[in-house]
Design a protein around this ligand. Structure first.
Ligand code: ZN
Length: 257
């Protein structure tokens, strides 16, 4: 018996942290444009609406149907049950609570350690799957109060994961410096109005899990903080004439990291 072999490394393999929301849908498209083999992972931690899990599958299916070039690259989906984390980190990710600042200056929607936990699980999965890039939709621009969305945090985490797993993972965050308006513009750049339509119609953001009313910017209650952010981003982008990313953001970082 020889030594246990490591999994085959996909040199162009990515794992996308995919919640089925607007941001992670655009991240998935971004990864499909750049990596030959793309897997997705979702986290069930006991707080999420079942509608989000359905949105994940709906987005993947629409992308498969409408983007044949990407379909050939889109590989396995994984859902990890981390409900024990949800039990520890229970926070205000509930429908009727406004985003308020807590005494330590964090939004009430902050779930302590959430993105850190996601990346630890994602990296363990990526190790087993032989994937080298971890792609997440973290963004400093609109929710600057989330300390685990900061690029500094993720740089430190990337170092820790690589030291701790003897890998060379790269944490990619294509939305890090984009506004919500620019995220719509990036969707158009990546997949034209077809990808914008997939994002509007299939991705899910609303904290209340409302899929009854289709607005120009997507389904949602229209009043929760998540809907509010999504709507405002859409309206800003629409008011500019729905530009693609390069037109929208002179001086913004280039698409390629
Ligand atoms: Zn809502």
């Amino acid at each position: 018996m020889g030594a246990m072999s490591d999994p085959t490394i996909h040199p162009s393999g990515a794992l996308v942290l995919f919640s089925g929301g607007q941001d992670s849908t655009v991240c998935l498209a971004w990864a499909l444009e750049r990596y030959a083999h793309v897997e997705t992972v979702g986290f069930d931690y006991g707080q999420r609406h079942a509608v989000e899990m359905q949105a994940r599958q709906a987005v993947r299916e629409r992308i498969t149907v409408e983007f044949p070039g990407w379909a050939a690259r889109l590989a396995e989906d994984h859902v990890l049950d981390i409900s024990s984390f949800g039990a520890v980190a229970d926070s205000a990710l509930t429908a009727d609570r406004a985003i308020e600042m807590t005494s330590r200056g964090l939004p009430s929607t902050f779930v302590p350690g959430r993105n850190l936990a996601f990346f630890v699980y994602a990296a363990a999965l990526a190790d087993r799957r032989g994937l080298t890039a971890l792609v997440g939709g973290m963004c400093e621009t609109d929710f600057s109060g989330y300390p685990d969305c900061r690029r500094d945090t993720l740089d430190a985490l990337q170092s820790a994961l690589n030291l701790g797993m003897a890998r060379d993972f790269v944490i990619e965050t294509p939305l890090m410096r984009l506004t919500k308006s620019e995220t719509w513009a990036l969707a158009k750049t990546l997949g034209g109005e077809a990808l914008v339509a997939v994002t509007v119609e299939e991705s899910h953001t609303c904290y209340r899990g409302d899929r009854t009313t289709l607005h120009a910017w997507g389904y949602g209650c229209g009043t929760c903080p998540a809907c509010d952010l999504r709507q405002k981003g859409w309206e800003a982008w629409d008011a500019e004439g729905r530009p693609a990313f390069a037109e929208a953001s002179e001086g913004a970082p280039a698409l390629t990291p």
